[in-house]
Design a binder for this molecule. Structure first.
Ligand SMILES: [Zn+2]
Length: 117
């Protein structure tokens, strides 16, 4: 994928549950570990695991293959609404106080952000 010059507006936040729509993990539901808005990708727990070959760093150490989660494109996932449990699209709107909130397009419930820090 070509690097993006602009940040992608993401409705998915860290801590959300998403459903995977594409790839070998299609159909799985998992938690978002990190979002990478600069490249339009997210890192999802236990999804898109790839084997990475690690070279030995010190003498006597062996190179090995480690399994790590690779980030996937945001278009390959769908947010799972915590209120209705469905994979859904998200509406962004302003509250009376001017804060942005996310609303489930299927059940119209506000989706809280589980981001703690
Ligand atoms: Zn919903």
């Amino acid at each position: 994928m070509a690097p993006l010059t602009q940040q992608v507006k993401m409705t998915i936040r860290r801590g959300d549950t998403v459903r995977i729509l594409r790839g070998k993990d299609r159909g799985k539901k998992a938690r978002v570990l990190a979002t990478l808005p600069q490249v339009g990708r997210i890192l999802v727990e236990g999804v898109n695991m790839v084997k990475k070959h690690v070279r030995p760093k010190r003498a006597g150490e062996k190179g090995q293959r480690v399994v790590v989660a690779a980030p996937l494109n945001i278009a390959s996932v769908q947010l799972v609404c915590p209120a209705c449990g469905k994979g859904t699209r998200v509406l962004r709107r302003r509250t009376a106080e001017g804060a942005l909130e996310r609303v489930c397009k299927k059940c119209q419930e506000v989706i809280p952000s589980k981001l703690t820090s």
